[in-house]
Design a binder for this molecule. Structure first.
Ligand code: NA7
Length: 863
């Protein structure tokens, strides 16, 4: 450890807010020399600077505190559900005093530069006054929202009277009494400040660019029962917060907003409105952030509330937001909309009446000049990257962070903690970590603890110059964007997207997969010896580079990888440990499938069999005449799956290939073992051919298709139809089909585990399906073993790179080709088994379905 030399430290931390203070504590406790530099006069960070009237936290107080010390948890008592800024600042001071943190913090000191010295493998850190210190680790604890944004209005500096920014509020009380006050901005800060300023001001004019959704905070003092109960259960609460989506101990209900009746939705939204809270309304359903239609239900509800609260209908209209709800930070307020019923408050919609300039006396719009005594900018921050760019941070080869992220390529970090080319630099709650999408306290503690453990590891293993690999950060950055793209978050201009700052590149700046999943990923990286990072050996003087990789495969599709991680995080037991019935019930993947699109008609029909009956679901697109038909078999290892599993792709295929899709609910094993499924599948095709007219199908243009076990059935039905001289089929569409009862392919080896469908599950499926080993050799179970595949219909074979079944699907395609059957074979390299029915979360599913639809169209000659 470096001794307390005045200018050489093990670690330098910039910022004395919640994250910097905890970082200091953790490293100091571990015996490192640490210095914290803080530009402000005192500790507190966000809560030091944001002292505007009405400033509060929007996370409930009992969850917005450190959880690392039981003693601190027990000694501090919050007064109310949403604590005001002075109380939070008091809390921070209480912790700092208790841990004696101030002695290692230098205040009134702005760090202006930090440069990595490759020779010495340390950081040279410079201050405004020219002083320089060195440290092995450079840790930014700058806060995500600390670079305040004042838009560059013409004449900005000409205003003669008082000007404030909410994020740089003076220590002294600002007196509004009797004054003409103007507030620009209606984000969280504006919405908190406006009702409080209105009470005091002579007149308040609000200049609004975008109307906002806001719900009541329903703030109230805590009673002692709540506090006691929380204290008693904190261990459990902490676990819940840590493995949650947003860092609070609650979770969305696993139900779509579209599943409830409008009355039930209204009832639940009203209840949430009365309860108050940041996530209460959205947590009623799990797709408000994903499906536009689901989102609209919540948006409409809030708009109806605004209409009821605001008396002047014109003002109410101006306050109606139209963007997707919760794609900007949701807001909770105390009497915000009610404030517009006050006589001394007026609202200017600056989209209709733009601000043209700031004048010595006030604000001039295209319509008139508003005279003001006080001008308040509640115009937010240059979020996430802004605070980092305010320091000239230079890594290897003297490349600055700004050059790397903005002027050069693109924002790239690994885990939002580190970026290649900047060894031994850690960013607490950095861009591409969950940060602002979560309860910051949970994210801060997780980052600080991860960094402290990492530094211990590096010291223990004599490693230096620790940095992310280019591949790892490439993957992580794609991952962040891909996850955000699955939701509505990237469909709105917000500061999450950098859209509030002129000239700032648009990209999603955080990891939106949730703090729980993020923690699992970070822990996984650490447990595997910090995979995705490189470092250099120090003690023996060699420069052997240690590259840790393998935590992910760089060529797996980021969206597919995210789905895998999410499924892993649910901790669901492997399917083979369940009974078939349990497995059927647990396999509900509605969110993966996404929203079902409209098809002209969708009906269920029962078709008779020699020994029973089965159901088919018939999708018919709008069309006049007889249409070609695709008879489709769902996947699920002949044991699970049903018509609903493939409802979304069937709809998409019907619309895109302009054909009738007949989806078959064949009977499942082990209740019905081989060959029941194949016979059912064949009977369905025969039924379609024989009843073509009654379902508006052209009997000469029938194709079969299916995915996985359904792909197997489609291939088998094609063989059966040829062998039995049954219906003549024009095409077979085989999506990652099972073609052989054998587990000896390369893809079984490579992808036995970890990619959704496992080898063990396949063994379980086959064992339920077959009556005995002999069945497995039957070509109607293993079509790859068919003696002769000549004369079969042309085929499309789609396989997935990360699928145990990849090679047998491709082997079947090769056999068909060799036998002279026209085959289109496509491997979706980055994909996993099952992707075809996951268009809700995988872009590649759309490509796959479109490819299949085009291939069918060509086969049906209806292009
Ligand atoms: P926000 O949420 O970024 O809000 C800033 C507000 O200022 C918002 O209404 C902006 O309108 C408005 N704004 C920004 N630039 C301009 C210009 N050029 N002209 C007019 N109006 C403008 O910042 P807050 O401080 O309220 O909240 C930040 C976070 O702190 C919050 O999300 C919580 O996490 C805590 P826009 O919507 O961009 O049209």
């Amino acid at each position: 450890m470096n001794q307390h030399n005045t200018n050489v430290f093990d670690a330098v931390v910039v910022g004395a807010g919640f994250s910097g203070l905890y970082m200091l504590h953790r490293l100091r406790e571990a015996g490192y020399s640490v210095r914290v530099y803080e530009a402000g006069e005192d500790i507190g960070g966000t809560w030091y600077w944001n002292r505007y009237p009405g400033a509060r936290c929007d996370i409930e107080s009992i969850y917005y505190n450190y959880t690392f010390s039981e003693e601190i948890l027990n000694e501090w008592t919050w007064s109310s559900r949403y604590a005001e800024q002075p109380e939070i600042l008091n809390y921070i001071n209480f912790v700092a005093d208790k841990l004696d943190l101030r002695r290692d913090i230098q205040f009134n000191t702005r760090i202006t530069a930090a440069r990595y010295n490759e020779q010495n493998r340390n950081w040279e850190i410079g201050m405004e006054d020219g002083t320089q210190v060195t440290a092995e680790y450079f840790i930014t604890a700058l806060g995500c929202l600390s670079a305040s944004n004042i838009p560059k209005f013409k004449g900005l500096d000409s205003f003669k009277k008082e000007v404030y920014h909410t994020g740089r509020w003076p220590q002294e009380k600002v007196d509004f009494s009797g004054k003409q006050v103007g507030v620009i901005g209606t984000g969280s800060s504006g919405i908190q400040a406006i009702p409080v300023i209105a009470k005091e001001a002579g007149h308040l004019t609000v200049f609004q660019r975008t109307p906002q959704y806001s719900c009541p905070a329903q703030n109230h003092p805590y009673d002692s029962e709540v506090i006691n109960e929380t204290r008693q259960n904190y261990a459990e609460i902490k676990q819940l917060m840590r493995y949650s989506m947003h860092g609070v101990p609650s979770a969305p209900r696993m139900k779509s907003a579209l599943e409830d009746s409008p009355e039930e939705r209204e009832r639940l939204y009203e209840k949430a409105w009365q309860e108050g809270g940041l996530f209460t309304l959205t947590y009623n359903y799990n797709d408000i952030g994903i499906l536009p239609e689901a989102n609209e239900t919540a948006a409409t509800f809030i708009r109806s509330k605004i209409k009821k609260i605001v008396q002047d209908p014109e003002v109410a209209q101006k306050l109606m937001p139209t963007y997707y709800y919760a794609t900007k930070r949701p807001i909770i307020d105390t009497n915000y909309f009610e404030t517009y019923n006050r006589e001394n408050v007026s609202l200017i919609d600056i989209k209709a009446e733009p601000i043209t300039e700031i004048t010595p006396n006030g604000i001039k719009t295209t319509d008139k000049e508003y005279e003001l005594d006080v001008l308040v900018f509640a115009t937010g921050f240059d979020a996430m990257t802004g605070p980092l760019f305010k320091i000239d941070i230079r890594g290897k080869n003297d490349v600055s962070l700004k050059e790397k992220w903005e002027d050069g390529a693109d924002l790239k970090t690994y885990l939002g903690l580190s970026t290649s080319g900047f060894p031994n630099m850690f960013m607490l709650t950095g861009p591409q970590s969950p940060s602002v999408l979560s309860n910051m306290m949970v994210s801060i503690e997780q980052h600080v603890e991860w960094v402290a453990d990492c530094i211990d590891y590096l010291r223990e293993h004599h490693l230096e110059a620790f940095e992310a690999t280019i591949e790892a950060e490439e993957f992580w950055s794609q991952q962040c964007q891909a996850i955000a793209d699955m939701s509505l978050l990237t469909k709105t201009d917000s500061w999450y997207m950098g859209a509030n700052i002129e000239g700032k590149p648009r990209r999603f700046l955080a990891f939106s997969g949730g703090v729980g999943l993020y923690r699992l990923i970070c822990d996984d990286v650490a447990a595997r010896g910090y995979e995705g990072f490189t470092s250099l050996l120090s003690s023996n003087g060699t420069d052997e580079s240690l590259v840790k990789e393998g935590f992910f495969k760089a060529d797996i599709d980021p969206q597919a990888w995210f789905v895998l991680k999410q499924l892993e995080a649910t901790g669901a037991p492997p399917m083979e440990s369940l009974t078939p019935d349990q497995a059927r019930k647990s396999a509900d993947f509605q969110l993966l499938a996404g929203a079902p699109e409209e098809v002209e008609t969708v009906i269920n029909r029962t078709i008779p069999l020699a020994d029973g009956e089965i159901t088919v679901r018939i999708y018919t697109p709008a069309s006049e005449g007889p249409l070609p038909a695709l008879v489709y078999y769902h996947g699920g290892g002949w044991v699970i799956g049903n018509l609903d599993t493939v409802d979304v792709p069937c709809r998409m295929l019907a619309n895109r290939a302009r054909c009738v899709v007949v989806s078959v609910d064949y009977r499942l094993a082990p209740e019905y073992k081989f060959p029941t499924a194949t016979e059912d599948a064949y009977a369905a095709v025969k039924w379609v051919a024989e009843n073509a007219e009654s379902i508006r199908v052209d009997p000469d243009r029938i194709a079969v298709g299916g995915d996985s076990a359904g792909g197997n059935l489609a291939a088998v039905v094609a063989l059966m139809a040829r062998d039995r001289k049954g219906p003549s089929l024009v095409y077979q569409m085989l999506i990652y089909p099972v073609t052989n009862h054998s587990y000896d392919t390369e893809s079984y080896n490579e992808n036995a585990e970890g990619y959704f469908l496992t080898k063990n599950t396949m063994v379980w499926f086959w064992n339920h399906y077959l009556r005995d080993e002999q069945d497995g050799k039957n070509p109607y179970a293993s079509p790859l073993l068919a003696d002769d595949v000549r004369g079969l219909p042309p085929a499309l074979v789609i396989t997935a790179g990360y699928d145990p079944l990849r090679d047998e699907g491709e082997a079947y395609a090769e056999r068909l080709k060799t036998a002279g059957v026209p085959v289109e074979l496509t491997r979706y390299d980055g994909m996993i088994h099952g992707f075809f029915w996951m268009p809700g979360v995988l872009a590649e599913a759309h490509y796959g379905i479109n490819q299949a639809a085009n291939a069918l169209s060509r086969a049906f000659h209806v292009v």
